[in-house]
Design a protein around this ligand. Structure first.
Ligand SMILES: [Zn+2]
Ligand SMILES: [Zn+2]
Length: 414
């Protein structure tokens, strides 16, 4: 082997996934966060809770998840008729009405992925408790971090809040079991996120022959999945978790540009075309995103109008502008404001999923408001374009490797 193995046994190095700096992990001290000394990225959240706590949260969450899937969600009475929706009613209506991709997206992020996320945590932690073979558990737990943001129960509940305020203005609305189950499920998912120490899981899942001996950082590559560092040469898969190793995300600039440009192109029709139609007594009213916000403000619902404005107009624009800025500055090799640009990356990575509020609102309205000629809500082209903008900008952020911004900054570190 050509790399130099230093005699620093017991000391673990980490490559910061946001700036590429190699630094040493401290000893385990519950409650502390080990941050990257250069950009402040949290390399290790050392949770106080034992791994049994997130396991209990995941099992409780699974129970609420089943209730949320099976029980009725919301009921509406109007014009002497009654409409009831379960969680799947909205997506199914969207698919039947020809908006298959929007329906499939809502179906996946509200009904499939929360279950998968809980399943990964429960199966991995139970498997560890019961001393299952660790190889399949590693293959399973590798999916936890990338899939986690796609379980969007929290965003869905905000979308529900907006839909609920619109519905109560027109009909008599009754909330049902599944809503309370969804709130409990959201709390369970958040508790898993806040208590699961991923580094501790990887320490217990790692290959038996893995030793955290330190490598020369100049000849090492960090694993994007479990964080451990590996020799840069002759090593295609991580020594600890078997994930494929890549020094930088492949074709990062071109992929990130492609997603950003596609999203920017679709942002225009997303705002020009109507988002949804409300048909009442042979009169059809079309709402654009902005029209919906103005209507909320007109009836005095300012906080909601601001929330939707922020989620549907500001966040996508911020993401597009932020991506373009980071891509241009990284490609030009700029050394200015590196910390600020890394913070920009973290913000647009964090806020991206919250743009789904309007999509979820439409899916709930579509599920409930179909009272024949009296009142009917249907989705329209704008919602399809907007859903594509949200997904493409999330892909763009995922494709971009923020370490490329720092790669030009090769001055020796203190
Ligand atoms: Zn860093
Ligand atoms: Zn790894």
């Amino acid at each position: 082997m050509s790399h130099s193995t230093q005699a620093l046994s017991g000391v673990e190095w980490r490559e910061c996934p946001h700036c590429g700096l190699f630094s040493q992990l401290p000893q385990h001290q519950p409650g502390l966060v080990a941050e990257c000394p250069r950009c402040g990225y949290a390399l290790w959240h050392m949770r106080r809770a034992h791994l049994q706590f997130p396991l209990a949260c995941a099992l409780a969450g699974a129970l609420f998840y089943i209730f949320a899937l099976l029980a009725p969600f919301i009921e509406v009475t109007a014009f002497g008729r009654f409409a009831m929706a379960r969680l799947e009613t909205g997506p199914v209506q969207l698919i039947n009405a020809g908006w298959g991709s929007v329906g499939a997206l809502v179906f996946a992020v509200t009904m499939i992925l929360p279950g998968i996320k809980l399943g990964i945590v429960a199966a991995t932690l139970l498997g560890l408790e019961m001393k299952f073979p660790r190889r399949p558990l590693r293959a399973l737990f590798r999916w936890y971090a990338p899939l986690s943001p796609w379980a969007m129960i929290d965003v869905y509940l905000l979308g529900f809040m907006v839909a609920y305020t619109r519905l109560t203005g027109m009909f008599s609305v009754h909330l049902d079991t599944a809503l309370y189950a969804l709130i409990c499920l959201m709390i369970a998912l958040a508790s898993v996120d806040a208590s699961l120490d991923q580094e501790m899981v990887w320490r217990r899942l790692g290959k038996r022959n893995y030793t955290p001996t330190s490598l020369d950082p100049d000849k090492a590559v960090g694993c994007k999945t479990c964080g451990s560092i590996n020799p840069a040469e002759n090593q295609r898969f991580c020594r600890r978790c078997d994930a494929p190793l890549q020094p930088r995300k492949p074709a990062s600039f071109s992929r990130a540009w492609a997603f950003t440009i596609a999203a920017a192109c679709l942002y225009i029709p997303a705002n020009i075309y109507p988002f949804m139609n409300l048909t009442s007594l042979a009169q059809t009213q079309s709402y654009t995103i902005m029209g919906g916000i103005v209507e909320l403000a007109d009836v005095g619902l300012w906080p909601l109008a601001l929330l939707v404005f922020f989620a549907s107009i500001t966040i996508p624009l911020l993401k597009l502008a932020g991506m373009a800025y980071m891509l241009v500055s990284a490609q030009r090799g700029s050394k200015r404001l590196l910390n600020g640009r890394t913070v920009t990356y973290r913000i647009i990575d964090f806020i991206g999923r919250w743009s789904m509020i309007d999509i979820f609102m439409v899916s709930i309205l579509v599920a409930l408001v179909h009272f024949g000629r009296f009142a009917n809500v249907s989705a329209n082209t704008g919602s399809l374009c907007f859903a594509a903008v949200v997904v493409l900008t999330i892909f763009a952020v995922n494709a971009f490797d923020p370490r490329l911004m720092w790669d030009h900054n090769k001055e020796p570190e203190a």
